[in-house]
Design a protein around this ligand. Structure first.
Ligand SMILES: [Zn+2]
Length: 389
């Protein structure tokens, strides 16, 4: 194949941004037509430039299988290392190999009742740091507030809410789903995933269009009163906090770029100076006027709500395969789901950039980035469905 035969076509699509190519043969010459499926004009331009540059330098790596030799086929392109765009929050690792992508696609399509368990690793490519990877929050000495610490004093609650208030904009409003979230949502819609359980509190699975997401550790997008159990919307609560704390609200508005350099945490906190925290005002519960109000998140040292626990157990007991994505499943609430399924001889696969607590239980382990890998896996799953290989 000479380089001159490559052409790039950009397809704007609402579907997952999967680098994709197809080729056809005309007049004895084979033409490959590169198509980069993207979700926005900005990404289309970036994708086209990367692919064109890669092709011109002979760096494009293409993998795929011919449909019929004289007509058409399709496959996936993997953009080589120099053209990868990986956010600084994501762990450093090589791109997935074709064999790894195929093995994951085979694992997914072989299952009828696939349980997917995700964690912070699916959000690192959305610029949300994780806890345990070398670039994670723990590596900088961060210790999340425990349930016991939160309950111990109103000063601790003020500290929590001041940091969380200041970090919310970047955490909830400036982050968007990445290829991992989009691929998972698509696999769910196309019935390849029976149940999705996430340990993440960021609601990025929902933002990508996933429905029926079991949030094992709750979400920062809701606020619960610990006295009367009233649940309210976090966005409204942010507005109330902004009204009660105009100085910090204004500071957060005007120094947003500065906040980006602050230590940002997986649950949305930032570090703040002591005096800001001491003077921070937290309102009482709007229903019972008592409280305290807490994000509807399972803090460290807290236990998973009974209803959530039962739903997760049911998912583990009824699945026929478990795929762990972007998590070391270090927390027992998630690990037990994998362990119990494995005891029933259910196959376990892992896609995450690092060691996990369940490595010994897995028949397939791919230590790569979730988004970068899953967009290729999705493409392969579709190819298998369409062409049968
Ligand atoms: Zn209340």
């Amino acid at each position: 194949m000479r380089r001159g035969h490559f052409r790039i076509i950009i397809i704007l699509t609402r579907q997952v941004g999967t680098p994709h190519f197809c080729w056809h043969t005309t007049g004895g010459h084979t033409h490959r037509v590169g198509a980069v499926a993207v979700r926005s004009v900005r990404r289309a331009r970036a994708g086209a430039m990367s692919a064109a540059l890669a092709m011109s330098r002979g760096l494009l790596v293409a993998s795929g299988v011919h449909g019929r030799a004289d007509t058409a086929g399709s496959g996936t392109l993997s953009v080589p290392k120099p053209f990868r765009s990986i956010p600084p929050t994501a762990p450093t690792c090589d791109p997935p190999t074709v064999a790894e992508v195929n093995a994951l696609a085979e694992f997914i399509t072989s299952s009828q009742r696939l349980l997917v368990i995700t964690g912070a690793g699916v959000s690192t490519e959305s610029n949300v740091p994780d806890y345990r990877s070398p670039k994670g929050a723990y590596s900088t000495g961060f210790k999340p507030m425990s349930h016991q610490d939160f309950m111990r004093s109103s000063a601790n609650q003020r500290r929590y809410w001041a940091r969380s208030f200041a970090g919310w904009r970047r955490f909830a409003e400036d982050t968007s789903p990445n290829d991992a979230h989009h691929a998972i949502a698509t696999l769910q819609h196309e019935n390849f995933i029976k149940k999705l359980i996430t340990q993440n509190v960021d609601r990025l699975h929902h933002a990508a269009g996933s429905q029926d997401v079991l949030e094992l550790h709750g979400t920062t997008h809701e606020v619960v009163c610990l006295s009367c159990k009233h649940v309210s919307d976090r966005k409204q609560f942010q507005k109330t906090l902004a009204r009660l704390n105009p100085e910090l609200a204004e500071a957060a508005d005007h120094t947003d770029t500065e906040h980006r350099t602050l230590k940002f945490r997986p649950d949305g906190d930032v570090e703040l100076a002591g005096e800001v925290v001491v003077n921070f005002k937290v309102p009482p519960c709007p229903v019972c006027a008592r409280g305290p109000l807490k994000p509807r998140v399972v803090f460290f040292g807290d236990s998973v709500p009974t209803e959530t626990h039962h739903a997760a157990t049911h998912a583990s007991n009824t699945c026929d395969a478990v795929l762990i994505i972007g998590t070391s499943v270090s927390t027992f609430s998630a690990f037990r789901l994998v362990r119990d399924a494995a005891r029933r001889n259910v196959p376990v696969a892992i896609l995450t950039a690092g060691e996990t607590r369940a490595d010994d239980l897995a028949s397939l382990t791919v230590k790569k980035l979730a988004g970068e890998t899953l967009r290729l896996v999705l493409e392969t799953v579709r190819r298998k469905e369409m062409y049968g290989y």
